[in-house]
Design a protein around this ligand. Structure first.
Ligand code: SF4
Ligand code: SF4
Length: 268
């Protein structure tokens, strides 16, 4: 199980492989066919209590969604709301949401009425109370679901029963998981090839994955499209559509690191 694949909102740093595994092992799992009972509404007595004192990772897709939501340039967003760490095994960057410096260390996006960025809240917030651990398997990505039951959370007191699949569909996590799995696979490849990457490569990953607006400028300035086989249709999508740009970013980083990538070929 890769620490970087753990996608849970929680209070402990989850970046260190050994500590992450210990943390995961301490949590109950939700197995195939099992359900959990949960409901979170503005009427719960603990409303908003979970939105503070968090160690909350922001994946590239989280940042894409939040920048778009807030209409912010990536550099401004990252400077205002994030700090960067890197995964010890791969050296790849992971942004962490910076809590406010108030006594409660609240999330910068929480308001008395709830989450200000609710429709584009990070994947870890959507997943709660489930954590999704992923690892590479022969058939792609295999998942393990963990129940993260914070003591203050009253959401378990009532509500309907959910399978993990039902919960993830309800929380619209499909796009988040697809993109985050791509990052997990990239990290696993780096680790398997002897990682961690250098600081320079880490900086490249920040540009290509976390700063899509600047990455587009870089694509134009460095004429990246002259070096790879990309259809005109895909080029247009990359320059206008954030999801397409991020997909290209993953491909570009993989190609740069390994000299080959299934989704992107160098020009002969
Ligand atoms: S992003 Fe929204 S849901 Fe997540 S911790 Fe902040 S306020 Fe809460
Ligand atoms: S029920 Fe749990 S998730 Fe919902 S507001 Fe309360 S603490 Fe947060």
């Amino acid at each position: 199980m890769s620490a970087q694949s753990m996608n849970a909102q929680g209070n402990d740093p989850l970046l260190d492989e050994e500590r992450a595994q210990k943390y995961l092992d301490s949590l109950p799992t939700v197995e195939e066919g099992q359900t959990f009972c949960f409901e979170c509404t503005p009427d719960v007595p603990c409303f908003n209590r979970c939105c503070r004192q968090l160690t909350l990772p922001l994946t590239p897709y989280d940042v894409l969604r939040l920048c778009r939501r807030l209409g912010m340039a990536s550099a401004d967003f990252l400077e205002t709301f994030a700090t960067f760490k890197s995964f010890p095994d791969s050296g790849l960057p992971i942004a962490m949401l910076r809590m406010l410096k108030d006594p409660d260390e609240t999330c910068p996006f929480v308001t008395p009425a709830g989450c200000h960025v609710y429709d584009d809240r990070p994947g870890a917030c959507r997943s709660y109370p489930l954590g999704r651990g992923t690892s590479l398997s022969r058939n792609g990505v295999s998942e393990t679901f963990y129940l993260v039951q914070e003591p203050h959370c009253r959401g378990f007191d009532a509500g309907r029963d959910w399978t993990p699949q039902e919960w993830f569909a309800h929380e619209q996590l499909e796009d988040y998981n697809r993109s985050n799995d791509r990052y997990m696979r990239l990290g696993a490849m780096v680790t398997a090839s002897g990682g961690p990457v250098s600081q320079k490569v880490g900086n490249m990953a920040v540009l290509c994955l976390y700063q899509l607006d600047k990455f587009r400028e870089f694509i134009e300035k460095m004429k990246l499209f002259n070096r790879v086989d990309v259809s005109e249709e895909r080029k247009a999508a990359i320059m206008t559509d954030d999801e397409a740009a991020l997909e290209f970013g993953y491909d570009w980083v993989e190609l740069a690191l390994f000299g080959q990538c299934e989704g992107l070929k160098k020009k002969n």
